[in-house]
Design a protein around this ligand. Sequence first.
Ligand code: URP
Ligand code: ZN
Ligand code: ZN
Ligand code: ZN
Length: 476
Amino acid sequence: MTILITGGTVVNATGTVVADVLIDGEKVVAVVLPGSTALGADLAATADRVIDATGKYVVPGGVDAHTHMELPFGGTAASDTFETGTTAAAWGGTTTIVDFAVQKQGERVQDGLEAWHKRAAGNCAIDYAFHQIIGGVDDDSLAAMRTLVDEGITSYKMFMAYPGVFYADDAQILRAMQVARDEGLLTMMHAENGPAIDVLAAQLVAAGKTDPYYHGLARPWQLEEEATHRAIMLADLTGAPLYVVHVSAKQAVAQLAAARDAGKNVFGETCPQYLYLSLEEQLGASSEEWGAFEGAKWVCSTPLRARAEGHQDAMWQALRTNDLQVVSTDHCPFCMTDQKELGRGDFRAIPNGIGSVEHRMDLLYQGVVTGRLSLERWVELCSVTPARMFGMYGTKGVIQPGADADIVVYDPAGLTTLGVRTHHMNMDHSAWEGVEIDGHVDAVLSRGEVVVDDGGFHGRAGHGRFVKRGLSQYLV
Ligand code: URP
Ligand code: ZN
Ligand code: ZN
Ligand code: ZN
């Protein structure tokens, strides 16, 4: 099966060109100027299928490097399965996710990884890879970390937050980073001071401040800045490279920027919610249906931050200046009914997470529309750098001969309205209800198969394959 995508503006990190993209089977085989006969024939006449992309962007499929399908959390589990979550991702132009296999205190890393393979295998509509959560650092899990690279898992996440769940103390972090340095693993860090947060949260609840809004007050920026700094110093000490996930505080960005200016291998990711949403407007929201519990829709960690303090603008700026390198979603959806509701009367019991896997490409494209990002930077943040950072570039994250034909045809003249009636994520609400997007995902190819076009989904669970990743390609 050959497909020719004609007349579109092909966008890579290095620039744009109006070109035809020829796909044979699962791979891109040529990027040629329209009408070129260099390949010896009229390509449009011989291709099995032609997709007209005139006036549209042809971009490398999105790589969402931070998702949590089916994650057990707070007595429930994230509401998207690998099937529903990867299908929604495809609708939004994401063709690879990197999800987190889970190991907790007292569990074997190998068992956690095997369980994650069982959940995902045969159920994904797009390609998928794993990071490994190390939620319990001990001799056994440290030894298991030494086997991860052979499994195609070249990054792992630790938590300075969530005591009693995933939390690692400084001694554990230091030991894990030493192993990471030896093995070439990239350390991903949830950087918030969990023990201090737990004190503040308990004091707020004791004072009767139980609404979702107080989730934000219990997790002040000082405790993100402090943990970010500590993680940077521990990484520096060990020589392990560091990638801080879901950065939301401008002071944490300043810590990353200072480390980068000092030449350290320190990187950062933010998420659409931290670019657009705020403590005041969302966590503090109230509605007829839910009252002040409305804010539970946006309970996630790190928390949404005060717009009055300028965090959102600082995130956009850091994306421009490369103090932050990647935008992922941290997709971790929970329904209001029966899930978020567990924390009515005590915000500490609200399962943490927002669902956005379907909307990342659209939401970040608005940065191009408003002049905050170039087209190339949009593609870099959403596809190229996550692929490089996590050892998939060349196969993923680029449109060039030899790459997987993971491609999005994006219509800058199209319009998309976000909301629970139109999205495909398994959620009973949307964190993005009513948001109007300038732009539209018109067609999506996953390894040469057209999974979305003409407003329909043509993919299938089981098409997606596990991607064995190499070491990070972003390090010197
Ligand atoms: O609120 C969040 N971020 N939920 C997912 C778990 C995590 O910390 O990434
Ligand atoms: Zn986290
Ligand atoms: Zn996460
Ligand atoms: Zn369209």
